[in-house]
Design a protein around this ligand. Structure first.
Ligand SMILES: [Zn+2]
Length: 369
Protein backbone atom coordinates (compact mmCIF):
# COMPACT_ATOMS: atom_id res chain seq x y z
CA UNK A 1 0.00 0.00 0.00
CA UNK A 2 2.70 2.34 1.08
CA UNK A 3 4.76 1.40 -1.98
CA UNK A 4 1.79 2.09 -4.28
CA UNK A 5 1.20 5.46 -2.68
CA UNK A 6 4.85 6.28 -3.22
CA UNK A 7 4.70 5.14 -6.84
CA UNK A 8 1.56 7.22 -7.41
CA UNK A 9 3.07 10.31 -5.90
CA UNK A 10 6.22 9.78 -7.99
CA UNK A 11 4.05 9.56 -11.10
CA UNK A 12 2.28 12.73 -10.05
CA UNK A 13 5.59 14.50 -9.48
CA UNK A 14 6.79 13.38 -12.91
CA UNK A 15 3.58 14.63 -14.49
CA UNK A 16 3.94 18.00 -12.77
CA UNK A 17 7.60 18.22 -13.77
CA UNK A 18 6.77 17.40 -17.41
CA UNK A 19 3.99 19.91 -17.67
CA UNK A 20 6.30 22.50 -16.10
CA UNK A 21 8.98 21.68 -18.67
CA UNK A 22 6.47 22.08 -21.47
CA UNK A 23 5.39 25.46 -20.13
CA UNK A 24 8.99 26.61 -19.81
CA UNK A 25 9.68 25.55 -23.38
CA UNK A 26 6.64 27.33 -24.83
CA UNK A 27 7.64 30.06 -27.30
CA UNK A 28 5.51 32.61 -25.44
CA UNK A 29 7.52 32.13 -22.24
CA UNK A 30 10.78 32.45 -24.19
CA UNK A 31 9.66 35.69 -25.78
CA UNK A 32 8.66 37.11 -22.41
CA UNK A 33 11.96 36.10 -20.86
CA UNK A 34 13.91 37.90 -23.56
CA UNK A 35 12.18 41.13 -22.64
CA UNK A 36 13.36 40.97 -19.04
CA UNK A 37 16.99 41.81 -18.39
CA UNK A 38 18.96 42.45 -15.23
CA UNK A 39 21.35 45.36 -14.71
CA UNK A 40 23.64 45.49 -11.69
CA UNK A 41 24.96 48.75 -10.27
CA UNK A 42 27.94 48.85 -7.93
CA UNK A 43 29.50 51.86 -6.21
CA UNK A 44 33.01 53.28 -5.99
CA UNK A 45 35.86 51.19 -7.39
CA UNK A 46 39.56 51.81 -6.82
CA UNK A 47 41.94 48.96 -7.61
CA UNK A 48 45.12 50.35 -6.09
CA UNK A 49 46.43 52.59 -3.33
CA UNK A 50 46.13 50.74 0.04
CA UNK A 51 44.89 47.57 -1.71
CA UNK A 52 47.86 47.44 -4.12
CA UNK A 53 49.96 44.95 -2.13
CA UNK A 54 46.99 42.55 -1.92
CA UNK A 55 46.32 42.88 -5.65
CA UNK A 56 49.98 42.14 -6.36
CA UNK A 57 49.96 39.16 -4.00
CA UNK A 58 46.51 37.66 -4.60
CA UNK A 59 45.81 38.74 -8.16
CA UNK A 60 43.47 41.30 -9.66
CA UNK A 61 40.46 38.97 -9.45
CA UNK A 62 40.81 38.97 -5.65
CA UNK A 63 38.48 41.95 -4.94
CA UNK A 64 35.62 40.41 -6.95
CA UNK A 65 35.73 36.81 -5.69
CA UNK A 66 32.95 37.01 -3.10
CA UNK A 67 30.57 38.75 -5.49
CA UNK A 68 31.60 37.16 -8.80
CA UNK A 69 28.43 35.07 -9.24
CA UNK A 70 26.16 38.10 -8.80
CA UNK A 71 28.12 40.06 -11.38
CA UNK A 72 28.31 37.16 -13.83
CA UNK A 73 24.54 36.58 -13.67
CA UNK A 74 23.81 40.12 -14.77
CA UNK A 75 23.27 41.32 -18.34
CA UNK A 76 25.04 44.63 -17.67
CA UNK A 77 27.23 45.61 -14.70
CA UNK A 78 28.11 49.26 -14.18
CA UNK A 79 29.98 51.16 -11.48
CA UNK A 80 32.00 54.27 -10.64
CA UNK A 81 35.73 54.20 -11.34
CA UNK A 82 37.19 56.40 -8.61
CA UNK A 83 40.66 57.14 -9.95
CA UNK A 84 42.58 57.05 -13.20
CA UNK A 85 44.13 53.96 -14.76
CA UNK A 86 47.50 55.37 -15.69
CA UNK A 87 51.24 55.20 -15.19
CA UNK A 88 51.57 58.98 -15.01
CA UNK A 89 53.51 60.14 -11.98
CA UNK A 90 52.64 63.85 -11.99
CA UNK A 91 49.71 64.59 -9.69
CA UNK A 92 46.98 67.10 -10.55
CA UNK A 93 48.13 69.22 -7.63
CA UNK A 94 50.80 68.74 -4.98
CA UNK A 95 48.36 69.71 -2.24
CA UNK A 96 45.57 67.30 -3.12
CA UNK A 97 45.00 65.17 -0.03
CA UNK A 98 44.11 61.89 -1.71
CA UNK A 99 45.68 61.19 -5.09
CA UNK A 100 44.76 57.84 -6.60
CA UNK A 101 45.67 55.75 -9.58
CA UNK A 102 45.47 52.17 -10.75
CA UNK A 103 47.90 50.18 -12.85
CA UNK A 104 46.84 49.32 -16.42
CA UNK A 105 46.14 45.72 -15.25
CA UNK A 106 43.04 47.11 -13.51
CA UNK A 107 41.22 47.65 -16.82
CA UNK A 108 41.47 43.99 -17.86
CA UNK A 109 40.52 42.91 -14.32
CA UNK A 110 37.33 44.98 -14.47
CA UNK A 111 36.44 43.44 -17.82
CA UNK A 112 37.12 39.94 -16.46
CA UNK A 113 34.83 40.72 -13.50
CA UNK A 114 31.98 41.44 -15.98
CA UNK A 115 32.03 45.19 -15.39
CA UNK A 116 30.71 46.57 -18.67
CA UNK A 117 30.55 50.31 -18.03
CA UNK A 118 32.10 52.83 -15.69
CA UNK A 119 31.20 56.35 -14.70
CA UNK A 120 34.24 58.62 -14.80
CA UNK A 121 32.58 61.83 -13.57
CA UNK A 122 34.13 62.03 -10.11
CA UNK A 123 36.63 63.86 -7.92
CA UNK A 124 39.53 61.49 -8.69
CA UNK A 125 39.28 61.05 -12.47
CA UNK A 126 41.88 63.78 -12.97
CA UNK A 127 44.17 62.92 -10.05
CA UNK A 128 46.94 62.61 -12.63
CA UNK A 129 45.78 65.44 -14.84
CA UNK A 130 44.42 65.39 -18.37
CA UNK A 131 47.01 62.82 -19.40
CA UNK A 132 45.87 60.48 -16.63
CA UNK A 133 42.25 60.79 -17.77
CA UNK A 134 43.20 60.20 -21.41
CA UNK A 135 45.25 57.12 -20.36
CA UNK A 136 42.19 55.85 -18.45
CA UNK A 137 39.99 56.21 -21.50
CA UNK A 138 42.55 54.44 -23.67
CA UNK A 139 43.11 51.63 -21.16
CA UNK A 140 39.36 51.03 -20.75
CA UNK A 141 38.81 51.12 -24.52
CA UNK A 142 41.58 48.55 -25.00
CA UNK A 143 40.09 46.30 -22.31
CA UNK A 144 36.58 46.57 -23.78
CA UNK A 145 35.07 48.42 -20.80
CA UNK A 146 32.82 51.30 -21.82
CA UNK A 147 32.73 54.59 -19.95
CA UNK A 148 30.77 57.82 -19.60
CA UNK A 149 30.82 61.09 -17.66
CA UNK A 150 34.22 62.31 -18.85
CA UNK A 151 35.91 62.80 -22.18
CA UNK A 152 38.37 64.53 -24.46
CA UNK A 153 36.02 67.52 -24.58
CA UNK A 154 32.62 68.66 -23.29
CA UNK A 155 30.58 66.94 -26.02
CA UNK A 156 32.18 63.59 -25.20
CA UNK A 157 31.84 64.12 -21.43
CA UNK A 158 28.09 64.71 -21.61
CA UNK A 159 27.45 62.42 -24.58
CA UNK A 160 27.09 59.33 -22.41
CA UNK A 161 27.10 55.74 -23.58
CA UNK A 162 24.41 53.45 -24.98
CA UNK A 163 24.35 49.68 -24.69
CA UNK A 164 21.86 47.36 -26.32
CA UNK A 165 20.80 44.09 -24.69
CA UNK A 166 18.14 41.83 -26.21
CA UNK A 167 17.03 44.74 -28.38
CA UNK A 168 16.63 47.07 -25.38
CA UNK A 169 18.66 50.28 -25.58
CA UNK A 170 19.99 51.57 -22.26
CA UNK A 171 21.62 54.99 -22.01
CA UNK A 172 24.07 56.05 -19.31
CA UNK A 173 24.99 59.62 -18.38
CA UNK A 174 27.40 60.61 -15.59
CA UNK A 175 27.84 63.89 -13.71
CA UNK A 176 29.89 65.16 -10.78
CA UNK A 177 28.72 67.77 -8.28
CA UNK A 178 30.94 70.88 -8.31
CA UNK A 179 32.35 71.45 -4.83
CA UNK A 180 35.46 72.56 -2.95
CA UNK A 181 38.51 73.00 -5.19
CA UNK A 182 36.95 71.39 -8.29
CA UNK A 183 36.46 74.05 -10.93
CA UNK A 184 38.28 76.65 -8.79
CA UNK A 185 41.71 75.52 -7.50
CA UNK A 186 41.58 72.96 -10.31
CA UNK A 187 40.01 75.28 -12.90
CA UNK A 188 40.04 72.79 -15.77
CA UNK A 189 38.53 69.88 -13.89
CA UNK A 190 35.23 70.03 -15.77
CA UNK A 191 35.28 69.45 -19.51
CA UNK A 192 35.00 72.58 -21.61
CA UNK A 193 34.99 72.90 -25.39
CA UNK A 194 37.84 70.71 -26.63
CA UNK A 195 39.43 70.53 -23.17
CA UNK A 196 39.28 67.15 -21.40
CA UNK A 197 37.49 66.77 -18.09
CA UNK A 198 34.38 65.46 -16.37
CA UNK A 199 30.72 66.40 -16.81
CA UNK A 200 29.39 68.88 -14.28
CA UNK A 201 26.18 68.26 -12.36
CA UNK A 202 24.45 71.45 -13.39
CA UNK A 203 20.93 72.10 -14.66
CA UNK A 204 22.10 73.27 -18.09
CA UNK A 205 24.34 70.20 -18.58
CA UNK A 206 21.61 67.84 -17.36
CA UNK A 207 18.98 69.36 -19.68
CA UNK A 208 21.25 69.18 -22.68
CA UNK A 209 22.51 65.64 -22.02
CA UNK A 210 19.16 64.11 -21.08
CA UNK A 211 17.41 65.93 -23.95
CA UNK A 212 19.86 64.47 -26.46
CA UNK A 213 19.91 60.94 -25.00
CA UNK A 214 16.20 60.47 -24.22
CA UNK A 215 14.90 59.91 -27.77
CA UNK A 216 17.70 57.41 -28.51
CA UNK A 217 17.06 54.91 -25.70
CA UNK A 218 14.40 52.84 -23.95
CA UNK A 219 15.88 53.21 -20.47
CA UNK A 220 17.92 56.22 -19.35
CA UNK A 221 20.14 55.95 -16.27
CA UNK A 222 21.72 59.06 -14.77
CA UNK A 223 24.73 58.40 -12.54
CA UNK A 224 25.66 61.19 -10.11
CA UNK A 225 28.81 61.65 -8.02
CA UNK A 226 27.57 63.89 -5.24
CA UNK A 227 26.90 64.46 -1.56
CA UNK A 228 29.19 64.32 1.45
CA UNK A 229 31.38 61.50 2.79
CA UNK A 230 29.76 59.29 5.45
CA UNK A 231 26.81 61.68 5.68
CA UNK A 232 23.09 61.90 5.08
CA UNK A 233 21.54 62.90 1.77
CA UNK A 234 22.14 66.60 1.12
CA UNK A 235 19.76 69.20 -0.28
CA UNK A 236 21.93 69.38 -3.41
CA UNK A 237 21.60 65.66 -4.02
CA UNK A 238 17.85 65.87 -3.62
CA UNK A 239 17.55 68.90 -5.88
CA UNK A 240 19.53 67.38 -8.74
CA UNK A 241 18.15 63.86 -8.28
CA UNK A 242 14.61 65.14 -8.58
CA UNK A 243 15.54 67.41 -11.48
CA UNK A 244 17.07 64.48 -13.41
CA UNK A 245 13.86 62.51 -12.78
CA UNK A 246 11.70 65.40 -14.00
CA UNK A 247 13.87 65.90 -17.08
CA UNK A 248 13.35 62.32 -18.23
CA UNK A 249 15.70 59.92 -16.43
CA UNK A 250 14.23 56.48 -15.65
CA UNK A 251 16.62 55.85 -12.78
CA UNK A 252 19.10 57.99 -10.86
CA UNK A 253 22.01 56.26 -9.16
CA UNK A 254 24.36 58.13 -6.81
CA UNK A 255 27.81 57.53 -5.33
CA UNK A 256 30.68 59.28 -3.50
CA UNK A 257 29.57 59.27 0.21
CA UNK A 258 31.37 55.87 0.68
CA UNK A 259 28.25 54.42 2.37
CA UNK A 260 24.72 53.47 1.36
CA UNK A 261 22.00 56.11 1.42
CA UNK A 262 18.24 55.91 0.99
CA UNK A 263 15.95 55.44 -1.98
CA UNK A 264 13.36 58.00 -2.98
CA UNK A 265 10.74 57.67 -5.70
CA UNK A 266 10.15 61.06 -7.30
CA UNK A 267 7.71 61.54 -10.18
CA UNK A 268 7.64 57.75 -10.42
CA UNK A 269 11.44 57.60 -10.86
CA UNK A 270 13.63 55.79 -8.31
CA UNK A 271 16.62 57.74 -6.98
CA UNK A 272 19.17 55.62 -5.11
CA UNK A 273 21.08 58.45 -3.43
CA UNK A 274 24.27 56.51 -2.77
CA UNK A 275 25.45 52.98 -3.43
CA UNK A 276 28.55 53.51 -1.28
CA UNK A 277 31.89 51.82 -1.92
CA UNK A 278 32.31 48.66 -3.90
CA UNK A 279 35.95 47.55 -3.85
CA UNK A 280 37.78 50.65 -2.78
CA UNK A 281 41.51 50.85 -2.05
CA UNK A 282 41.48 52.89 1.11
CA UNK A 283 40.78 51.73 4.64
CA UNK A 284 37.81 54.03 5.28
CA UNK A 285 36.33 55.27 8.54
CA UNK A 286 33.47 52.82 8.93
CA UNK A 287 34.04 51.88 12.56
CA UNK A 288 33.13 55.44 13.59
CA UNK A 289 29.62 54.98 12.18
CA UNK A 290 26.37 53.58 13.53
CA UNK A 291 26.56 49.87 12.53
CA UNK A 292 23.38 50.30 10.45
CA UNK A 293 25.10 52.95 8.33
CA UNK A 294 28.35 51.14 7.55
CA UNK A 295 27.18 49.18 4.56
CA UNK A 296 26.99 49.77 0.82
CA UNK A 297 24.41 48.67 -1.72
CA UNK A 298 24.55 46.64 -4.85
CA UNK A 299 21.46 47.53 -6.89
CA UNK A 300 19.90 44.91 -9.13
CA UNK A 301 17.63 46.57 -11.66
CA UNK A 302 15.01 44.54 -13.49
CA UNK A 303 14.15 45.97 -16.88
CA UNK A 304 10.96 44.50 -18.25
CA UNK A 305 8.87 45.64 -21.22
CA UNK A 306 11.51 48.31 -21.91
CA UNK A 307 11.18 50.03 -18.55
CA UNK A 308 12.61 49.84 -15.05
CA UNK A 309 10.17 47.44 -13.39
CA UNK A 310 11.88 46.69 -10.07
CA UNK A 311 14.95 47.39 -7.97
CA UNK A 312 16.55 45.13 -5.40
CA UNK A 313 19.10 46.57 -3.00
CA UNK A 314 21.59 44.11 -1.52
CA UNK A 315 23.64 45.23 1.49
CA UNK A 316 27.37 44.88 1.13
CA UNK A 317 30.07 44.58 3.76
CA UNK A 318 32.78 47.02 2.68
CA UNK A 319 34.71 48.01 5.81
CA UNK A 320 38.23 47.18 4.65
CA UNK A 321 39.36 46.47 8.19
CA UNK A 322 36.89 43.54 8.02
CA UNK A 323 36.75 42.52 4.34
CA UNK A 324 40.26 43.55 3.22
CA UNK A 325 39.17 45.04 -0.13
CA UNK A 326 37.01 42.03 -0.99
CA UNK A 327 33.38 43.18 -0.52
CA UNK A 328 30.81 40.53 0.30
CA UNK A 329 27.07 40.42 0.87
CA UNK A 330 26.28 41.54 4.43
CA UNK A 331 24.38 38.67 5.97
CA UNK A 332 24.43 39.83 9.59
CA UNK A 333 22.79 43.23 9.09
CA UNK A 334 19.19 43.92 10.16
CA UNK A 335 18.15 44.81 6.63
CA UNK A 336 14.64 45.95 7.58
CA UNK A 337 16.11 48.36 10.14
CA UNK A 338 18.75 49.59 7.66
CA UNK A 339 16.13 50.29 4.98
CA UNK A 340 13.82 51.93 7.51
CA UNK A 341 16.60 54.23 8.71
CA UNK A 342 17.93 55.19 5.27
CA UNK A 343 14.54 55.56 3.55
CA UNK A 344 12.81 57.34 6.41
CA UNK A 345 13.27 60.88 4.99
CA UNK A 346 11.60 59.76 1.76
CA UNK A 347 8.92 57.44 3.16
CA UNK A 348 9.90 54.66 0.74
CA UNK A 349 8.64 51.24 1.80
CA UNK A 350 10.48 48.17 0.49
CA UNK A 351 9.75 44.49 0.79
CA UNK A 352 12.47 42.58 2.64
CA UNK A 353 13.28 39.08 1.49
CA UNK A 354 16.49 37.42 2.69
CA UNK A 355 19.39 39.70 1.74
CA UNK A 356 17.33 41.82 -0.67
CA UNK A 357 15.18 44.91 -0.23
CA UNK A 358 12.73 44.97 -3.12
CA UNK A 359 10.86 47.83 -4.77
CA UNK A 360 8.32 47.42 -7.56
CA UNK A 361 8.37 50.42 -9.86
CA UNK A 362 4.95 51.32 -11.23
CA UNK A 363 4.59 52.00 -14.95
CA UNK A 364 4.10 55.71 -15.38
CA UNK A 365 2.46 57.98 -17.90
CA UNK A 366 5.30 59.56 -19.78
CA UNK A 367 4.87 63.29 -20.10
CA UNK A 368 5.81 64.75 -23.48
CA UNK A 369 9.52 65.46 -23.33
ZN1 LIG B 1 34.26 60.62 -4.77
Amino acid sequence: MRRLALALSLQLLTAVACSHDRRAAAPQADAKQQHTIKLTAVGDILLGDASQSRLDREGYDYPFRAIAATLASSDVVFGNLEGPITEQTKALDGDKEYVYKSKPAAAAALHAAHVGLLNLANNHALDHGDEGLLDTIRNLDEAGVRHFGAGKGRAEAIGGEVVEVAGIKIGFLGFMEKYGPYGTTYPNYFAKGQHPGVAELHERWLREAIGAMRPRVDVLIVSCHWGKNYAEVTKTQQRYGRLAAELGADLVIGHHPHVAQGLEVHAGVPIVYSLGNFTFGSKGRFDQLDPLLRRSWIAEITVSDRRVAAIDLIPLEVDNKVVHYQPRVATDVDLAAMVQKLNEPFGTAMEISGTKAHLEVAARELAPR
